[in-house]
Structures are given as structure tokens and as C-alpha cells.
Design a protein around this ligand. Structure first.
Ligand SMILES: C[S@@+](CC[C@H](N)C(=O)[O-])C[C@H]1O[C@@H](n2cnc3c(N)ncnc32)[C@H](O)[C@@H]1O
Length: 236
């Protein structure tokens, strides 16, 4: 399942309908992320970070921000951006692949955030991720998995949520054009063929517990879509 979605994220796409949409999205994710950081001394991971447009804002609130993404094209852009940055907080940002992450920071991560990525993972990849997180978390550290699509969600709800956010944040017309473009896009083809992984709340909590975590639902969810679910887990 993941390789086709990974190709999608490695290529060019129009998931964000315009610059305003991307800016509004990343600003909200950064604010929600900062609220989770336990202390200014924390080492935090954003796994499946995407373009992380507000990474500097997040980095200002912790000791080290590790940006991890499976898409090599995204990692390349992030590495270039922060190597060229003269902002002091850029020195706190590290970029790495999920494979590299496994061998670095073992037992040293205070907060591990996975936002809006689970829909692209197979169950085997999710199991691997949980095993990795177990090895990476510091004592007292926590995993937050957010924007998990509930089992009975559908495309209509996604469209409704995008339009509501667009209306509130001033990019409604661009969102309408974006939706029309999505109709003919690779995103829609992949969504119809490969699909997006969905999860049931109770099953997801038992999966976290079976993987060795103490877990609970976390509210609100990160981002704008409160139909989607967030969970916090700590090592048991
Ligand atoms: C919808 S974006 C979410 C970006 C970011 N977390 C946010 O909330 O703005 C999904 C991201 O997950 C990444 N991704 C997809 N499959 C992955 C995998 N198997 N391992 C790590 N990252 C993955 C994609 O490359 C993409 O950057």
C-alpha cells in the first residue's frame, strides 16, 4: 500500500489548494504541536513531517526537533532549507529518514508526533512504527498519533471539512478550484484504488496497549478536522 502513496508524496501534488491553505494548515499544526511539548529541553520528533513550513516556530520551543519523512524529495528540500537558514533555531532542527531515526536517539525522544500519516500505512508498517517508537522513547516520553481517520469516514466529510476551513480562513474560492482539480488528480485515483487506512477507536487503543503502551484518546485532534481522532501513548 505505502509505496504508491510514497511515490505520490515524492512527486508534485496539490494537496494544499494554494499558499494560504498551506500556511493556515502548517500554522495550526505547529500551534497544536507546541502545546504538546513537555519542556524547552525536550527532544521531539515529527514523523511524516511533510514540508513542515512552521518548523522554526516549533524548534523555538524545544532543544531539538527531528523532522523525519519517508519521502526523499521532501527530506532534500527540508535539508536545503535549514542548511541555508540564518535563523538561530535552525541549528536545533535535524532531518532524517525513518531508517536513520531507528539507530539515532534510541531511548532519547521525549515527544514523538505522527500527524495525518496513518492513513498511508499498512498494518505491518504501523506495527513496525510502534516497535520503533518503543525503542526511541525516553522514560516518561510520549507518542501522539493524530488525525487518524475513523472507520466510517468518507470523501464527502473531507470535502465538507475543507470547505468549512476555507470559508473561515479566507481561501474558499481557491478550495472550490482545488476540489475540481482533485477530481482529475492522482490523489483521487490512489484514494479509489489503493485507499486510505481507517481505524476504529477501541481497536486502535487495544493495538497500542498490545504494543506495550498505556494509551488514551486525546482531544482535541491536531489540525482542523475534529471528526478525525488523536491518541496519546506512553511506555508501560
Ligand atoms: C498528509 S502529510 C502530513 C504532513 C504533516 N505531518 C502535517 O500534519 O502537516 C503525510 C506525510 O506523511 C509522509 N509519509 C507517508 N508515508 C510515510 C511512511 N511510510 N513513513 C514516513 N512518512 C510517510 C508523506 O511523505 C507526507 O509528508
Amino acid at each position: 500500500m505505502a509505496s504508491s502513496w510514497l511515490d505520490f508524496w515524492n512527486g508534485s501534488h496539490r494537496i494544499y489548494v494554494n499558499a494560504r491553505h498551506a500556511q493556515v494548515h502548517y500554522a495550526k499544526i505547529a500551534a497544536d504541536f507546541i502545546a504538546l511539548i513537555p519542556s524547552a529541553d525536550a527532544i521531539v520528533v515529527h514523523w511524516g513531517c511533510g514540508e513542515a513550513l512552521q518548523a522554526l516556530t516549533v524548534a523555538a520551543h524545544c532543544r531539538c526537533l527531528v523532522l523525519c519523512d519517508a519521502a526523499s524529495a521532501i527530506r532534500g528540500r527540508l535539508t536545503e532549507r535549514f542548511a541555508a537558514s540564518t535563523e538561530p533555531d535552525a541549528a536545533k532542527i535535524a532531518v532524517c529518514s525513518p531508517e536513520d531515526l531507528r539507530t539515532r536517539y534510541v531511548g532519547g525522544i521525549d515527544l514523538f508526533v505522527v500527524n495525518s500519516v496513518l492513513q498511508y500505512l499498512s498494518l505491518a508498517e504501523l506495527d513496525q512504527l510502534l516497535a520503533d517508537v518503543r525503542a526511541l522513547l525516553a522514560p516518561g516520553g510520549s507518542l501522539v498519533v493524530a488525525d487518524v481517520i475513523p472507520r466510517h469516514d468518507d470523501l464527502v466529510s473531507d470535502v465538507r471539512n475543507l470547505l468549512a476551513t476555507a470559508w473561515a480562513k479566507g481561501f474558499f474560492i481557491a478550495a472550490l478550484f482545488g476540489l475540481a482539480a482533485t477530481f482529475f488528480s492522482r490523489y483521487r485515483t490512489l484514494r479509489n484504488t489503493v485507499g486510505l487506512a481507517r481505524h476504529d477507536e477501541a481497536e486502535f487503543l487495544s493495538g497500542l496497549r498490545a504494543a506495550g503502551f498505556t494509551a488514551a484518546r486525546l482531544q482535541p485532534n491536531m489540525g482542523f478536522d475534529q471528526r478525525r481522532m488523536a491518541f496519546r501513548a506512553t511506555l508501560r
